[in-house]
Design a protein around this ligand. Sequence first.
Ligand code: SF4
Ligand code: ZN
Length: 310
Amino acid sequence: MKCSKCEKKAVYYRKFEGQWLCKNHFSKIVEQRARKTIRTNSLIEHNDRIAVGISGGKDSLTMLYFLNKITKRRKDISLFAILIDEGIDGYREHGRKTAIDYCEKLGVTLAIASFEQEYGLPLDKIIKIGKKTDKAVKACTYCGVFRRKLLNDTARELGATKLAIGHNLDDEAQAIMANNIRGDLMRSARLGAKALVIEDERLIPRIKPLRDIPEKEVALFTMINSIPADFAECPYAEESFRWSVRDMINTMEEKYPGTKYSIVRTFDNLLPTIKEKYTGGKIGACKRCKEPTSNDLCKSCILREKLGIL
Ligand code: SF4
Ligand code: ZN
């Protein structure tokens, strides 16, 4: 099959648009989409110092590739990467090596922080302790809270004005649907291309340049452009609630192409109303660690207290 835009051989069929694309046009369109997301949501502003959260996987390294390309000639913008080593045996090591090598190749400074250094234990051990008191507890519950905090802390300590996260269209659609199923609109208020609930200098605004690009397009872009990403899945991913939501949305997308875009676009229309209802107000400080929270203790301290690792 030929590319719908030129005479070259097509490598990809955009089902929801009915378009065949060659390598060049595919890459061009994906890059244009990321640039559009950045531009229309003002994700990058003058004098920004951007911390790029990377794992060594396809999403984060593709994001780093785009951000580096877009900002490298901007004298007013600086960029560095942060990798969080959760301590997942047999999984994180390879991603870590890939991330270190790629940052070196691009000339981007990389800061590494680990659960073991910060919390005293790797995730593998944390989950073992957690399961002793609650067999149903999932690794992602601990990992999500601890990683978010460590990323924010590290970005802030290194003077970042923005924290870039490699969430793609699938991730965003899954987060929206997961919150809808749980009935947690307060959590949905934190979604969007630029996610910040409350203006607070302790919280670094999170930006998502890949938010409008489907996961499989990110994967193909990575391969076509020789970005050396690690494609391994986290061994804990399948046990998560998000995994079931992901299966459900993928089944719908297969039957009804464009489902993921519809979920995200519909949500974007509702987001201002959700934000109005669930954001604003004052945010206090955790009694233990002084991190921002609207409760007495932050989520990280609550979990650490339960685990007995405070
Ligand atoms: Fe952490 Fe869960 Fe992601 Fe694995 S799948 S890295 S445990 S959040
Ligand atoms: Zn705390």
